[in-house]
Ligand binder design. Structure first.
Ligand code: AHG
Ligand code: MN
Ligand code: MN
Length: 339
């Protein structure tokens, strides 16, 4: 007899909706639309080596970065599904300069900001990449949403998560009742619950930072990374360095195994005075996930990521995120209390 498959992600979302009698089912519908988009992108990512969608699209995005064809495909796929799902009033994407409207007559009460494909530099070398999403409830009245609906602090997100296209495709999300992980079974095209109620280990096993910037680091960063290289008496060894160059992949490994990821300000980033990562669709959604899993997410001057009031769709933010105990230690270095 075939082994009974587990709980599908749609069932889990429905179950968590039941926890909220006031729920109308719109958030459930929205998450299900994102899931479909994730399945479509996953199929394309897994075919990327064969189909002619590798390589440059010849375009650059608002970040001034070379846009890869898979980026374009992922962005289009999500936009197409979201603009007529009836649950959104406005969207924002890393790949688009301004706000993205929904089709007239399809306006709903939520907003979504997304990074359609995170880790683009890894697309054509078969390294894990992902999609990150952040959902808010609109605050403006009227039909189409506005930028104001998107520029809300991460603490007001109603849902956040990511889909990681790796050795398997996984969806990890939270609606504020814990973090749940689902693995795609391509043979049936369903995401099944594989990681219920994820809690990030309190102590870190890994640290993730791009050490090629060492010569530009501020003293506090250098002191902290040097500290991580000392022998940890608890384990008799220093932390292991793992840096994939896809935030979603580095974050996901740290979420499961325990770790800390840093992308902070340095002396060279004159054009990016706040570091490289974007608040709305990278730092804030992952900060909600990590806090729901018992971890922390702060900036290199001690601000809680979820408390930051955004002023621009694509504003960047320094990010220190991961296991609570290790973020606490990092914070003491960056606030000058240690090192
Ligand atoms: P994206 O591909 O969406 O632009 O994001 C890339 C980001 C993030 O995924 C990763 O952690 C970081 O860029 C790597 O930057 P460096 O190459 O400067 O380390
Ligand atoms: Mn990204
Ligand atoms: Mn991206």
């Amino acid at each position: 007899m075939a082994k009974r498959k587990g709980i599908t992600v749609s069932r889990q979302i429905m179950d968590s909706q039941m926890l909220h009698p006031e729920a109308t089912g719109e958030l459930t519908g929205l998450l299900n639309e994102l899931i479909v988009a994730g399945k479509i992108i996953s199929a394309e990512v897994n075919m990327a080596g064969l189909a002619d969608i590798l390589g440059q699209s010849g375009k650059t995005n608002i970040q001034g970065e070379e846009v890869q064809k898979l980026d374009v495909f992922a962005n289009k796929t999500i936009k197409r599904r979201m603009e007529q799902c009836g649950y959104l009033c406005v969207m924002a994407s890393e790949e688009e300069d301004g706000i993205i409207p929904v089709l007239d007559g399809y306006e709903g009460k939520y907003t979504v900001a997304f990074d359609p494909l995170d880790g683009s530099s890894n697309i054509d070398v078969n390294v894990s990449i992902g999609t990150i999403f952040s959902i808010h409830q609109r605050i403006s009245s009227g039909k189409q949403g506005t930028e104001k609906d998107l520029l809300q602090p991460g603490s007001r997100q109603v849902a956040a998560g990511y889909i990681i296209y790796g050795s398997s495709t996984m969806m990890v999300y939270t609606t504020g009742d814990g973090v749940h992980g689902f693995t795609l079974d391509p043979s049936v095209g369903e995401f099944f619950l594989s990681h219920p109620d994820i809690k990030i280990p309190q102590t870190a096993k890994y640290y993730s930072v791009n050490e090629s910037y060492t010569n530009y680091w501020h003293d506090s960063t250098r002191a902290y990374i040097d500290y991580l290289k000392e022998i940890d008496p608890a384990t008799g060894r220093p932390l292991s360095l793992r840096y994939i160059g896809s935030l979603v992949a580095d974050f996901h490994r740290n979420l499961i195994k325990g770790g800390i990821f840093l992308y902070v300000r340095d002396k060279k980033s004159t054009d990016k005075p706040e570091g490289k990562l974007r608040l709305l669709y990278e730092a804030a959604p992952l900060a909600m996930v990590v806090e729901q899993a018992g971890g922390r997410a702060i900036t290199d001057d001690g601000r809680r990521i979820l408390d930051i009031e955004p002023v621009d769709l694509h504003q960047r933010v320094p990010l220190i995120i991961g296991s609570k105990e290790q973020v606490d230690i990092a914070e003491s270095f960056f606030l000058g209390k240690k090192g």
